[in-house]
Design a protein around this ligand. Structure first.
Ligand code: FMN
Length: 192
């Protein structure tokens, strides 16, 4: 079965991003295997390797970096949930991506942004960054403008009025996940 990772792109104290993970995972679970990757479980220093990972065949990642790389390599596709910090993706997510060599190569990514403008610029910066690690983004994305803590409860359940809105976040998530699983399945077959 197609394997999808949902990456929680904030490690901030009091973050709201962890509410997004069960909401996204429940949608992915309808059509694929899913695992939530919390960047708090993969603490890594700021990237300081001498050579870009894609151009370093002699690379010997530290155990904490290897743990992240080995985990990322397990999946056929990814949902990256990112807050927008100062008009960009979170720094911790960018740092985690900077360590990637070929683990995400030729694999699809769906983006879920949140913030007062729906994380639009965080999503835009990820669409610029991800080709650097060989990943492709699906056209559909989720731009969550509502306050996350008001929109999604502790268990990851979206408020009924947002769930039922045909143009709301649940509908966007469904479209994005459908596209992601389609590309993930097709590209997994193509890579073998
Ligand atoms: C340092 C910082 C910078 C932020 N900058 C922006 C921004 O430029 N645009 C925006 O729409 N929201 C911005 N926000 C709001 C966050 O994107 C929003 O509250 C998000 O849901 C926080 O996610 P988190 O709690 O998981 O970290 C910022 C928040 C922080 C903490």
């Amino acid at each position: 079965m197609t394997k999808i990772a949902v990456v929680v792109g904030s490690t901030r104290q009091g973050r709201v991003s962890d509410r997004l993970a069960p909401w996204i995972a429940a949608e992915v679970k309808k059509s694929a295997e899913v695992e939530v990757l919390d960047l708090r479980d993969y603490p890594m220093p700021f990237f300081d390797e001498a050579i870009s990972p894609r151009y370093n065949p002699e690379r010997k990642p530290t155990p904490e970096v290897k743990k992240w790389l080995d985990k990322v390599a397990e999946f056929d596709g990814y949902v990256l949930a990112t807050p927008e910090y100062n008009r960009s993706m979170s720094g911790v997510l960018k740092n985690a991506l900077d360590y990637i060599a070929y683990e995400m190569d030729r694999k699809p990514v769906a983006l879920v942004g949140h913030g007062s403008t729906g994380g639009a610029q965080a999503i835009a910066t990820l669409r610029i960054a991800l080709p650097g690690v060989g990943a492709v983004t699906v056209p559909q994305a989720v731009f969550l403008k509502d306050s996350v803590s008001e929109a999604i409860d502790d268990e990851g359940v979206l408020k009924p009025e947002l769930r039922e809105n045909p143009y709301g976040p649940q509908a966007s998530l469904k479209d994005a996940v459908e596209a992601l699983v389609w590309y993930a399945t097709a590209l997994a077959a193509a890579r073998t």
